[in-house]
Design a protein around this ligand. Sequence first.
Ligand SMILES: [Zn+2]
Length: 276
Amino acid sequence: MKIFTMKILYIVLTAIVCTGGLAYGAGEDASRSNAQVVSDYSVDVIVIDPGHGGSDVGAISKNGLYEKDITLKIARSLGEMIREGLNIKVFLTREVDEYASLGARRRFADKMNADLFISIHANSSEYISISGCETFFYKKDASDEQARLLAELENKGGMSDDDDLPNPVEFILMDMANSELIQLSYKFATIIQKNYVSGVKSPDRGVKQAPFMVLMGARMPAVLTEIGFLSSKKDERKLKNYGYLDDIAKSLFKSIKRYKSVTDTKNGKDKRVETQ
Ligand SMILES: [Zn+2]
């Protein structure tokens, strides 16, 4: 079930414009509008986005390990696990090694009526001692300079001429309706980080925010997760191991399952709250 529809959004825009409440944080008007558009927290459809692909290879390790290959391997394994183990429809933005713009990935999630979106990436840094996992949700302002630079880098490879940003009206509305989406995205990102620590024992670099284009304007809770640093010898050793990539997929599967159980409980579908 989608969280909101564009039809409702346009009605909300009209109401907001008429009441002169366009400024963010315009108080009660905005809150009421949000309450009108949020209808259901269910996760019935998930879109998994293996970062990069085709000519956009992403980060490359010293020994020639490509980010685009790692992300596809994890996404495929995760997709299989969800198909077999959860009552959720799952789609990948790409199934093979091919280019897809960031806009196309976002549009695909909309087309599939996704209730949850996860973009999978591997990191790189000029500081080779940095290692570990981190997960982001969208915000115009990055948590710190490192997060800003990372978003800039990740955005660079996936922009194309047909890459449409949300139109201005759409964007204003999404920004306003976003507080709930941000909270849910933050919740999902927190669960992901927790499971990395307990599952693959990766150093926890935490939950952060940054302006990733692939997440911008998402109409559903959406995160981008960085599963390790290809610039780190330690992480590279792990990331070239298929067993480790499967462990990452298992960890993400557990996180999706947990997030679904939290939202189902919120919907009153399932009163049992699973323990982590
Ligand atoms: Zn990437």
